[in-house]
Ligand binder design. Structure first.
Ligand code: ADP
Length: 132
């Protein structure tokens, strides 16, 4: 059974659509195996978003993601990493098709509802980072 790390981002918390996203994941047959709520420390976020450090919006992401306490969950299911990314749609919410999480609930490129791991290897590293 494959696992993925989900972070319900500050825009999702504010709009109170955590339950709606969980409902979509559960109706795909995915199960919750761990969860917690915390304000994400900037040093952890710097590590998590290290692949974007050279981009002009890097500081903005750290500000946004540390804005308020967020819910983190580990979900499991068959081929879950790829299937969850399909359910989310692309990074830019304004380009995400209707029916996807970001298309239905997202605002823009940054405020896009949910983080989900992009490979099984990154999922393992991210789960270790946020849940160890
Ligand atoms: P994804 O979350 O879809 O895997 P990335 O790893 O490329 O996307 O980016 C991480 C996060 O950084 C995005 O989810 C989004 O919140 C933010 N982000 C990405 N691109 C932009 C951008 N052009 N402008 C503002 N924020 C962005």
């Amino acid at each position: 059974m494959e696992k993925t790390l989900i972070i319900f981002k500050p825009d999702c918390m504010e709009k109170r659509c955590v339950g709606e996203v969980i409902r979509r994941f559960e109706s795909e047959g995915f199960g919750i195996c761990d969860s917690k709520m915390m304000t994400l420390p900037r040093d952890l976020l710097r590590e998590h978003y290290a692949h974007l450090i050279h981009l002009p919006f890097f500081g903005g992401i750290l500000d946004f993601m540390s804005l308020r306490p967020v819910v983190l969950m580990v979900f499991e299911g068959e081929n879950i990493v790829e299937r969850v990314r399909e359910l989310l749609g692309p990074t830019d919410s304004t380009a995400a098709p209707k029916g996807t999480v970001r298309g239905d609930l997202g605002t823009d490129k940054m405020r896009n509802v949910v983080h989900a791991s992009d490979s099984p290897e990154n999922a393992a590293a991210e789960i270790e980072r946020f849940f160890s």
